[in-house]
Design a protein around this ligand. Sequence first.
Ligand code: FES
Length: 163
Amino acid sequence: MMNSESAPTPTPTTRRRFLSRAITTIHTAIVGVIGIIAGGAVTSPVLERAKENWLPAGRVSDLPENDPLAVTLRIVREDGYTVTVDRRTVFLVRTGASVVTALDSTCTHLGCRVSWDTSAQVLRCPCHGGTYDRTGKVMSGPPPAPLTTLVARIEGDQVLVQI
Ligand code: FES
């Protein structure tokens, strides 16, 4: 016995419409994925730059008053699959019970690393004899500008330096 009421067979128009919708959906998905990737590539560096990076530099109670203390900060930077570790020497200068300044140790003349000369009470550059006072101000020699002051804050007994 044959069934006279069989299901209608798909017409070419229905198949064409289905394929058209499928292709449109695939295109939309591809454009969406590309948009997400491109958006991330554009916004990620901006967000990374905006992110504050505070590194613990030492304890306030360990800092001698008015004698800059050199500390080395370990800076970890992640860029995709690459991780680099930089080291940066800064001087922590405590000038009060809870007043700490952080100075970059890089001489502003040609980039040598300065060190604290306790007897002369100056930060001295070994390369061309430039000297700075404990606030980073140029005292003598060729440096054209004071040492860079980094943003620092105190949390409890901890000195944090912004990199
Ligand atoms: Fe420091 Fe020249 S590099 S005085």
